[in-house]
Design a protein around this ligand. Sequence first.
Ligand code: NAD
Ligand code: DAU
Length: 377
Amino acid sequence: MTRNIIITGGAGFIGSHLVRLLVNKYPDYHIINVDKLTYAGNLANLSDIENYPNYTFVKADICDYDRMLEVMKMYKVDAVIHLAAESHVDRSITDPFTFARTNVMGTLTLLQAARIYWESLPEKYEGKRFHHVSTDEVYGALELTDPDGVESPFTTAASSEHHHAYGRDFFVETTKYNPHSPYSAAKASSDHFVRAYHDTYGMPVVVTNCSNNYGPYQFPEKFIPLFINNIRLHRPLPVYGRGENVRDWLYVEDHARALDLVFHKGKDADTYNIGGFNEWKNIDIVRLLVRTVDRLLGNPEGYSDSLVTFVTDRAGHDLRYAIDSRKIYRELGWEPSLQFEEGLEKTVRWYLENQQWVDDVTSGDYQKYYESMYSGR
Ligand code: NAD
Ligand code: DAU
């Protein structure tokens, strides 16, 4: 079946993996990547597929209503998979307005353009879908307690050497929203608008809420690529607080596969949580990264240990995220394909082998941001 699908934010980290997956897997689909190319968007992420006949790039701002409507009409768009967002929590603390603009108003603008276009067609919403890509951060934060209760259903353990849970509570699809950062508050608001467009106008929608992703092409302001790059440059590793915060990590290609499944098979107006059953304290990831990067660079064991620096904590720092992924496993048969140590080594190798990409994306304005973030912290 031919389908014309807009992917917003396709030049970013997760978006570029999703664009690559769909362009390769579905030659009959036309994938239209709509991206503003902020500091986080980079067309080099897609250089391998940029000339494919079923791929088009449109540089545009999702907050520009006329442009969004024009793109919908021009490409006879059947579906939207919406990833474009401001995504970095630290930036949302210093610049909340930009997050409200893109994440809330941008999502609303896109919903309205899709609604006006789809309602103008004879078949209306038939065969249409708006898939909103969201985050587990909308649910708030969990306590660290004795692990108990939810067992991973996955056929492979998340990690070869590590216990996967740091508490008895997990985020499920019905967990009440309780966002704490301007980033998660804006994402929560966008989720509500998507569901409101279903309930009010009958738009076919689906929402996914995923845990922390890692892998190639992640902008090196985020924890894992920032630390890989700092170890390589022998710079301090700024661990917030005591490094006790827990995140549930998932390899980005596994997220992209989950999005493909939910987009095609997820139930209308439903929500699917996506996560790795793979919780790690930040400090344990730092130790693993130091060991892995030193080994791959041929440094003596322990060479970079002294780079670990405990700095002032992030304001409102959520203690623990943990996703219960049993619904997507049970209903759609999805599970992660990689163990964490395997995925992390693959990621470290990619960053060490793609130094030019790292240098390109971290030159210019990013240097100023880096200095303002970490000087005097
Ligand atoms: P990213 O910051 O790497 O990429 C965001 C992309 O959106 C960039 O290409 C950027 O240019 C584009 N963009 C930003 N503002 C835009 C605008 N106004 N108009 C058009 N394009 C714009 O983000 P990511 O980490 O790939 O996250 C993608 C989505 O997935 C986001 O919605 C995020 O909330 C969600 N998510 C991310 C994670 C994670 O761990 N990174 C986990 C769960 C959910
Ligand atoms: O849970 C999903 C979310 O994961 C996504 O919605 C966000 O877009 C994505 O950025 C990510 O948010 P986090 O805040 O969890 O990711 P970040 O990489 O910024 O930080 C991961 C952990 O590492 C967090 O506990 C803060 C800590 N950290 C981060 C940085 C950048 C440090 O200790 N030092 C740092 O310098």
